[in-house]
Ligand binder design. Sequence first.
Ligand code: GLC
Length: 535
Amino acid sequence: MEGNNPQTTRVPAAKSDRWWERAVIYQIYPRSFQDSNADGVGDLEGIRRRLDYIASLGVDAIWLSPIYPSPMADFGYDVADHCDVDPMFGSLASFDKLLDDVHAHGLKLLLDFVPNHTSDQHPWFHESRSSRSNPKRDWYIWRDPAPDGGPPNNWTSDMGGSAWEWDAATGQYYLHAFLREQPDLNWRNPDVRQAMLDVLHFWLDRGVDGFRIDVLWHCYKAAELPDNPPNPDYRPELGEKHKVLQHYSADQPEIHELAAAFRTMADSYGERLLVGEVCLPLPRLMAYYGSEAAPGVHLPFNFALLDCPWNPRALAEIITTYEAALPPAGWPNWVIGSHDAPRIAARIGEAQARVAMMLLLTLRGTPTLYQGDELGIGKVPIPAHRVRDPQDLRQPGLGLGRDRSRTPMPWNSAPFAGFSSTEPWLPLNPDWGSRNVSAQAADPGSMLALTRKLLHFRRLSDALTRGAFSLLHADEAVLAYERTFADERLVVVLNLSALPRPHPVRGVALVSTRGLPADPVTLRPHEGVILLPED
Ligand code: GLC
C-alpha cells in the first residue's frame, strides 16, 4: 500500500447535502442508558433527562434500540406490539414527550424496526398457532415435519440449535431465525406486508426521523425452503449458526423490492433515513443501496471495522475496497461498536480506542457511535450468575456473550454510577468510579473530551463531513489519508503502534488523540492527529 498513487484511491466529494450525510448517529441501548423509576432498567424519561448530554457531545441523531412491548426474551428484539411502548420504558405519551424534546435539542430520532420476526407473544402469533385454519396461520412460516418426523430442513438458528420449533398442538414446525420466542414472519403474505407497512406509517406519522431496520437481509427465504449447504469451514467454536451457509435462508432477491417499498414510504415523508442492518460480504451488501430506479435503504450498515485486524494495511484495504465497491449514489457509513459487538476498547485497548474514534469520525461517510464508547468502556466481566444474553445462555463458553457491551452508562460516582438508585439489570464497568461522564467531563485529557473535540471539529469541517477521501500512506504502523473539500485540506495520520514513528506528512496538528502540542516530526505511540498539511 505504501507509495500508493492517491489518484487511484481518491473518492470525490459529496454532491448533495442531505442531513444524514453530514450527521453522526448515536446509538442508545435504552435498557442501559438512564433509569428514572428505580427499577434498575433504563427508560424513555431517563433518556429525555440526558438530552443535554447527548446534544453537548455534538452528535446529530439518536437511534434507539427497541422500546416496544416485549417479553424481553431477546431484550426487545422480540416485539409483542409494534405500535406501543413497553411499560418498562414508558408509554406513548412519554415517547411523544421525548420526541418533542429530541427535536427541541436540534436532534433527530430513529427507531429500531424489527420486520423479520415478532415475539411468540405477539397477538398475530397467538392467532397463527391457534389452528391450521386460522386466517393468520400463513403470517408465519409453518411446515410439516420431514418424513422422519424431524425439522423440515437443516437450517440453524443464529442463536444456536435448529431454526425450527415443533408445535405439538397443530402438528407442524414454525421457523425462527433467532430464538424460538421470535417466530419469523412470512413476508410472502401480502397481509403481513401491509400490516408492517402500517407500522412504519404509525411512527412516521408521529414524527420519527427514520428507522434502523433489524436483520433486513433475513426477511425473505427461498420459497421452497431447500436445505442450506453445509459450511466446509465450520468449527464448533464459531457457534451453531455457522454449521450451514445461509444460502437459502437469507439474502434472497425479493428483499430488494421490499427495501425499495420501505424507501418509497420513507421518502414520501420527506427526508427520513433508513439504515439497514445487513451482515453480508461487500458485493452483496452493496445491493442493499438499490438502484437509481429502485433505491434501497440509504445506509446499509458497514460493519467492516467491527472485527477487522487492527493494523494499517488491513484498514487501508478495508477502506479502499469499501469505497470502491460503493454504487455511484451510495453514501458510506462506518461503525466501531454496537449492542451486539465487543467494545472497541476491550478489543484493541484504550489507547487504540482513541485512535479508532479519530478514524470513525474522520472517514468519509456517516458514523454511528455506540453509547459508552465515548468513555472508552473496555472489558466488563459478567459473573456467570448475572449473564442475561440469550445467545450466551444458549451457547455458553464460546465468548458470544453480548452483555459486556450492554452494561449501564456510568454517569457519576454516586451509588450505581447515577444510572439508577437500585442495582442495575447488568453490572457496571468495574472502573465506573473513575470512568464515568462527570469525571471525564472534568478531565481535558479524557476519552470523552477527545470524542467531543472530534465531533465538534468534524461539524465545522466540510472536508470531514463531505469532502473527498484519498489514501496517502499505510505501512506496518501508520495509516494516513486526506480529506478535501474546495480549499479545505486535512490530513489524518494514525499511529497504530505502541512505538514512536516518523511522521509521513508535514503539517500543523489541529487535534491529537494524545493532546496538543504534537511533535511535527515524530508521532507519539498510539497517537492520531488531524493535520493542516504544509503544501
Ligand atoms: C439484530 C439485533 C440483535 C438481535 C437480532 C435478532 O442482529 O441487533 O441484538 O438479537 O437482530 O432480532
